[in-house]
Design a protein around this ligand. Structure first.
Ligand code: GTP
Ligand code: MG
Length: 280
């Protein structure tokens, strides 16, 4: 799978995925201070619109696959290239990881940009131009962290985002021991991801997705726990059952892992466009 990072947040998160062999990583920004490999420079522009108007086709070296995930936040100016980039890659199977910034920290112009990009990308997902958009709110990720050091603030946040994205991707491509997960309905293309603490089953999703239709729980269980905990399946079943609702189906998959710890990840899926006309 190709991962393309745009701008500071997109590139930083993408660089955390570079270590895994599953991903071919690419970077787009107006400067390459971090000396990323596979970097494409886009000339710095005055504003969002100029990034769109002055877009030049990006030459990606060594991009052979046609399954691509783009990571970006909509508040930065460079996010102005996103629709043109998606157009350039229209023969790919495209997904977006959308980083939702803390809006209270943004000025008016950045907030406007964010609102536009967030809205359009969700429309793209609904219409099927995107396979999926995963929404990740920095504020929610911060709350999922037990402690955040200010010095390593973005590193810590980006590590959690990248590792959760990666683990869900690994589980998605691994045969589970047991599963109640059915083929995803193509209508639920707006989603988020999150973590669940195994012991307390305390769930922290990375975006408060409104009107979810589907929740998928991925239990990565150690060999030791699998052999010792006799009521494991019963507990998982009743926990997941409690997450269902009238219009929301909750399901799970159990995997055996070589880790000592047990890990639980979750994804929520909706068809409804999020935060649409909330304030207008
Ligand atoms: N998760 C995460 N979010 C970040 C990071 N850096 C910045 N952000 C958030 O993403 C938003 C956009 O990032 P910026 O650095 O402002 O913008 P950019 O994407 O580089 O775009 P430009 O305006 O063209 O520089 C910011 O408002 C932050 O809230 C990061 O490393 N990780
Ligand atoms: Mg930048």
């Amino acid at each position: 799978m190709n991962i393309i990072g745009i701008g500071k947040p997109g590139c930083s998160i993408t660089s955390r995925l570079e270590q895994h062999s599953q991903y071919n990583t690419f970077y787009i920004d107006s400067a390459n201070n971090k000396r990323y490999k596979n970097f494409s420079k886009v000339k710095e522009q005055r504003d969002h619109e100029d990034y769109e108007t002055n877009y030049r086709k990006i030459r990606f070296k060594n991009m052979s696959e046609k399954t691509t995930t783009v990571v970006l936040s909509g508040s930065g100016k460079i996010s102005g290239i996103i629709l043109r980039l998606l157009e350039q890659l229209s023969d790919h199977s495209l997904s977006v990881v959308y980083i939702k910034p803390d809006l209270t920290l943004l000025d008016e112009t950045s907030r406007m940009r964010e609102k536009i990009v967030f809205g359009i990308l969700q429309q793209y997902a609904r219409s099927g131009l995107l396979e999926n958009i995963q929404i990740i709110s920095n504020e929610a990720v911060e709350q999922a962290l037990k402690s955040v050091s200010i010095a390593d603030y973005w590193e810590d946040i980006n590590d959690v985002i990248a590792s959760t994205f990666h683990m869900l991707n690994v589980f998605d491509n691994t045969e589970p021991l047991l599963t109640t997960i059915a083929e995803e309905k193509a209508t639920t293309r707006i989603s988020t991801i999150g973590v669940v603490a195994y012991d307390s089953l305390d769930e922290k999703s990375f975006y408060n997705l409104h009107a979810p239709r589907l929740k998928k729980y991925f239990f990565g269980i150690s060999q030791d726990t699998l052999s010792k905990e006799k009521d494991l399946l019963h507990n998982i079943r009743s926990y997941v059952k409690g997450k269902s609702g009238e219009k929301c189906l909750a399901c799970f998959a159990i995997y055996s892992t070589d880790y000592n710890e047990n890990y639980v990840y979750v994804s929520h899926h909706a068809s409804l466009i999020q935060e649409e006309n909330v304030y207008s």
